[in-house]
Design a protein around this ligand. Sequence first.
Ligand SMILES: [Zn+2]
Length: 896
Amino acid sequence: MEIPKQYDPKQAEQNHYERWEKQGCFAPEINRDPNAPAFSIVIPPPNVTGSLHMGHALQHTMMDVLTRYKRMCGYRTLWLPGMDHAGISTQLMVTRELKKEGISRHELGREKFVERVWKWKRESGGQITKQMRREGVSVDWSREKFTMDEDLSRAVREGFVRLYEEGMIYRGNRIVNWCPNDQTVLSDLEVQKDPQAGKLYYLQYPVKGGDKRVTVATTRPETMLGDTAVAVNPNDERYSHLVGSTLMLPLTDREIPVIADEFVDPEFGTGAVKVTPAHDPNDYDMGVRHNLERVVVIDSNAKMTEAAGAEFAGLDRYKARAKVVEKFEELGLLERVVDYEFSISKCERCKTVIEPLISTQWFLRMNELRDEALRLLEREKKPQFVPEVPYEKVYSNWLENLRDWTISRQLWWGHQIPAWYSKDGEIIVARSEEEAKAKAGTDELTQDPDVLDTWFSSQLWPFSAMGWPAKTKDLDTFYPTSVLMTGRDIIFLWVSRMVMMGMKFMGREPFADVFVTGTILDAHGQRMSKTKMNGIDPLEVFDKYGVDATRLKLASVGSTDIRWNDKQVESYRNFANKIWNAARFTLMNSEGATIDPESLNAASPGLPLHDRWILSRLNKTARDVREALSGYQFHEAVQTLYHFFWDDFCDWYIELTKADVTSEEATPQRTAARTRLLTVLEQALRLLHPFMPYISEELWQRLPGAHEQLLHQAYRGAEPTIMLAAYPEVKAELIDEEVEWEMQAVIDLISRVRNIRSEMNIKPSEPIPVLIGSPDEKLRAVFSGNENQISRLVRASEVSVNQKLEAPRASARAVLVGGAEVAVPLEGLIDFEQERNRLGKEKEKLRAESSKLEAQLANPQFAERAPAEKVNEIRARIADIAQRTAQLDQTIENLQ
Ligand SMILES: [Zn+2]
């Protein structure tokens, strides 16, 4: 059997993906079993502007592991891909492109601009889907969706109309977060709070009819031009006499009242606060409570309005601030200015400081939707968060504090709000312009120019992507989906909203489980970000170490945060090479044998110990991996597979079966041994496939045997591929603890003797006597029964097993399990004096290392600053050295 010496991941990656896709392996229709259970995932749709980053690679890997696993278990499997139109990001990007050509979006006009975005999307959008193919994701591309597609847009209009008709969507004049740069309203979640070193200004307002003044503290003096009250806490005795009096608002000719409101914190500033209902969300609420006037002094460009007074009108908000402060100083009303650190609200995208403005927008009332989601959690514990702590609480706390959601955006790219206005100001909400005209009884309608927040369409994704509002077969089969995989940063933005909408429109939760993945941080523990330029490009890692090795690393992240380290991927690349080499050995010794699953079905007592052992290990591994995956324990699954493949299969089973499979004579025993080795490898590759799809397929295709018979029965008749093979079942009767214990005793013995060989510098070609003493009769029988294996694997001249160990003084010894001991007499094997010297030098070196480490621990500066894990590491090393030194002393003494 020809197989290249070296594993070439790129070759394997190129060989299979296209074929899988063409043969329809990713589509649920490949499953021919009418009674197959369903498994489905919808992908968190990446932005059409996006390119693949580590966060995607992480989530996609885990989704693919589950999808491939369930597919191999015979589930009718759908992993539905798609992209999000990403309103603001896409609009900004195309606007920038236009700018390079010297055209502004407004010159182009809305219709042309939107055409231009579509053109961009066709030509260069969706890079990410090409990159995703490289990851090996088994998504059903034939069902790919885009949130601006006509069918998904229809779902958005339908959702909007229904919510409006039930009074949940309303149009209102409210205070909102406004980005003066992007010229759009933003939801609370699109606003980031940054710490800011600024100033706190103490301004004095004269009390009418006297010479008293009230001092208010503010970080935004320019807004005083829009003040319509000063508020104090009703329990604040310092001000109780002033409540109800009138103040002369400086720089204006307005008079404003002093009011009492519980909201005021007596500890902040002077305990008296200025109230600007038109430019601060808290003041807005206070204004509603006290029926205060709203004076708008800042416009949507962050410039002062006419209402700010002739002196200020047209000034930028920061210029106005300087001028207000200057004027107060001139009037002797500026009490003081102090340095002050506070948190400032910025636009998440362009970092412009948000201007709270009163504006007419569309809102979604959240209270009923929220209550339904909370009831679902309480009643049915859905969705089930993994890990439950802390995410369930994070989710429910947020829901409890939910406010109405501003859903309109002043953008051109997105779903235009399906509301029309008649000439006399009537609002008509309809599924289409025709419907609106019919409803209004006139053709003279204007559609609302705004679009919906991108998340409005994303929240419908689990069912809109399956065809809602039509009643489709996909919805019947695949809704609710099985699990949602997501990062913790969009639990609010997306997860909670999908739950609310799923309950509202489908009457069912959109997913049973929510698995929250960990985050990959850079080597210093920082979040990767474009602006910090500390991101790691998954495509580069793929090129360097192969997709499979990278996937194994990513899958092992599970739900914890990790710092990225190439070394770990490198070790998984070595793992891939190890698998390749083991398979290569197997194939080169496979003549006359083929894969035969029957050969692993029963462990006859006549079967050699190592064969019964590998059957037990194989079935235990299948059991443990299945258990781990059913609880989303990705890390455990990877560890189980890694140790099974590396330790049990490559390091031991191949060694133990080598004599049989490489025997020169073509005996039935040789054929049987070769068949078992091939078949165990085949099963192991299946276990590995969901994690390492490429190498497993590359090797599986090369194995001799009737591949079509290895497919899961649901895929009978399909082109053979490991991705449609049955995931190994657990045959509990083949898990044999007794056999594992016996084999482990032999493995332990062989390892100890090999250690002695290397520690004592015994030439590998030199045969050695091996003396074993064991008070336990059963153990003696195990050792005697495996004399040949032991002798072969440690190159022994003789193996003698006795109740009591009788060995010459100059022997190297080791303690085994069950109170047994092994000794290797050294007389004639090594030069005692030379060896004593060598060991003496080793001891010296260890002593030096140990005292250096002790000194480090004794240094108070180090002890204070070093992280606990570092200190523990040093202590462990010191203990190791002590143990090794004691061993050396013993050996040196034996060599006298
Ligand atoms: Zn902005």
